[in-house]
Design a protein around this ligand. Structure first.
Ligand SMILES: NC(=O)c1ccc[n+]([C@@H]2O[C@H](COP(=O)([O-])OP(=O)(O)OC[C@H]3O[C@@H](n4cnc5c(N)ncnc54)[C@H](OP(=O)(O)O)[C@@H]3O)[C@@H](O)[C@H]2O)c1
Length: 260
């Protein structure tokens, strides 16, 4: 269960990528705290199964929205849910994401476009809809799931995450005046389906670098309550991220080059 704090004033949340990994952990934690939910992902069966479990366990209302966020018409249906006045969304978790296994310049440009759509274009549209609706009501919050990859030069994935961190930092300041909180959540490696979907062996990553999705979500919600613009879960990643600011950029790029 998440702390009560300001989240108690946000009864309805929309989570993208809510059927697995970090998004599922958000849905789980929010439902356990009594939040009604709108769950978004592509796999309808999985969505229904998660929704049924949360309804049964926590007695909350859970709506499912099957959508591929790289598809224009689907994306529009999700933005409509965010601007609903009859069932307003108080918290948007822009989480759905994936990455390509190969480096930019060796990948198919059509796959790069899909990745850009999922990691940049979709969150931009959803954040735009949410900010318009929330600032009109003078309250709400947006959590954009980025990554510590935003702080190192590592191809298009890290460039997309840097984009969302930058926009979130600005929006955090700009929308504070109308009572809307914005956070960029920047986890390190998290045990989810992400690497398996990418076709990358997670065994190449040292064990100490792995975080658990529920702990990442607890840190994010705690930091949202504290009003932090950027949430970096765990001390080890706070230290690593601080190092990227003081170590020469060339060294960071060299280390980052080693792995995905
Ligand atoms: N795992 C890590 O190490 C890590 C680290 C830092 C940041 N992140 C970020 O955390 C976020 C969540 O990743 P995760 O690790 O939890 O991944 P995950 O376990 O693979 O889950 C991804 C979720 O996104 C949904 N999704 C994927 N493509 C979609 C699309 N086109 N339209 C709608 N939904 C889509 C998936 O459901 P469907 O397949 O049914 O659509 C699933 O629910 C991502 O933004 C990722 O970049 C992950």
């Amino acid at each position: 269960m998440v702390g009560r704090g300001m989240l108690a004033s946000m009864p309805r949340a929309l989570v993208t990528g809510a059927t697995a990994g970090i998004g599922h952990a958000f849905a789980d934690a929010l439902a356990a705290s009594g939040h009604d939910l709108v769950l978004v992902a592509r796999d309808e069966q999985r969505l229904s199964s998660v929704a049924e479990t949360l309804r049964g366990r926590d007695g909350v209302q859970v709506e499912v929205l099957r959508a591929d966020l790289t598809d224009d018409a689907d994306l529009q249906r999700v933005t409509q849910a965010l601007t609903s006045t009859s069932a307003p969304v108080d918290l948007l978790v822009n989480n759905a994401g994936s990455s390509l296994a190969q480096w930019f310049g060796t990948t198919d440009i059509a796959d790069e476009e899909k990745q850009l759509d999922l990691l940049v274009r979709a969150p931009m549209h959803l954040m735009d809809a949410a900010l318009k609706a929330m600032s009109g009501r003078r309250g709400g919050a947006v959590i954009n799931v980025a990554s510590v990859a935003a702080f190192t030069p590592r191809g298009t994935y890290s460039a997309h995450k840097a984009w969302i961190v930058n926009l979130s930092r600005w929006a955090h300041l700009h929308y504070a005046d109308v009572g809307v909180r914005v956070q960029a959540l920047c986890p390190g490696f998290v045990r989810t389906e992400f690497h398996q979907r990418m076709g990358v062996d997670p065994g190449t990553v040292p064990r100490w670098m792995w975080l658990k999705a529920p702990a990442v979500v607890r840190a994010s919600l705690k930091d949202l309550d504290r009003g932090k613009a950027v949430s970096i879960p765990s001390l080890r990643y706070k230290v690593l991220t601080a190092l990227t600011r003081v170590v020469p950029a060339g060294v960071v790029a060299k280390v980052a080059k080693r792995g995905r």
